[in-house]
Design a protein around this ligand. Structure first.
Ligand SMILES: O=P(O)(O)OC[C@H]1O[C@H](OP(=O)(O)OP(=O)(O)O)[C@H](O)[C@@H]1O
Ligand SMILES: O=c1cc[nH]c(=O)[nH]1
Ligand SMILES: [Mg+2]
Length: 209
């Protein structure tokens, strides 16, 4: 079964409070989501494998560590996932970025896929699917289905805020996928929004309320 990790680093928790606050406007919201994207990228890459290489410092020859293993692929779920990608790329600039476009039908809450563009070397990469919100879980499950159908075998999911319903749905559908979140909230409301949540992440990022 996939594991769930909550990033309780004080800087992430502090910034998340201002992201949640309805008084935070679009510009600041975007900046904060970008910053938390970087901080979460730092945490999620903690276990990346290293290998020793030979180098020469100005003083003498030395062995030192560099990243080894499979290359990374980031896959934001459009639109809102885009808000976290630049922050992540600041720390892992060589990652390739695929995009999966999905919106949640407001009546049925079912995801509707409208765009998929992924790196060509899918089997070679460890993917991190990124979306600020894991609500019913429908969008994350569909995005990961889409990646797996195209050949991805190593996938993790990262979001800012998750509802217990979304975590359960994702674990059930994709038990091989570990989930990384900044906060696990209380529940979903009758419209499928996370409570207390932050509202509609895409609308707040792009100012489309
Ligand atoms: O877990 P779920 O119930 O599927 O809900 C979560 C999805 O809803 C939001 O996207 P939205 O449909 O609002 O699209 P947007 O990013 O274009 O605003 C959010 O960014 C997730 O993708
Ligand atoms: O609370 C929620 C639920 C789904 N999508 C959002 O953007 N926010
Ligand atoms: Mg939205």
């Amino acid at each position: 079964m996939g594991k769930v990790f909550v990033f309780d680093h004080p800087l992430i928790q502090h910034k998340l409070t201002y992201i949640r606050d309805k008084k935070t406007g679009t510009k600041e919201f975007r900046e904060l989501v970008d910053e938390v994207g970087s901080l979460m990228a730092f945490e999620i890459t903690r276990e990346l494998p290293l290998e020793e290489v030979e180098i020469e410092t100005p003083v003498q020859k030395a062995t030192s560590k560099v990243l080894a293993g499979k290359k990374l692929g980031l896959v934001p779920i459009l639109r809102a996932g885009i808000g976290m990608v630049d922050g992540m790329l600041k720390l892992i600039p060589a990652a390739k970025v695929g995009h999966i476009g999905l919106y949640r039908d407001p009546k049925t809450l079912q995801p509707v896929e409208y765009y998929v563009k992924l790196p060509s070397d899918i089997e070679e990469r460890d993917f991190i699917v990124v979306d600020p919100m894991l609500a019913t879980g429908g969008s994350a499950v569909a995005a990961i289905n889409s990646l797996k159908t195209r050949g991805a075998t190593s996938i993790r999911f990262m979001c800012l805020i998750a509802a217990p319903e979304g975590v359960d749905a994702l674990k059930e559908a994709h038990p091989d996928v570990d989930i990384y979140i900044a906060a696990l909230d209380e529940k979903l409301n009758e419209k499928g929004y996370i409570v207390p949540g932050l509202g509609d992440a895409g609308d707040r990022l792009f100012g489309t309320m």
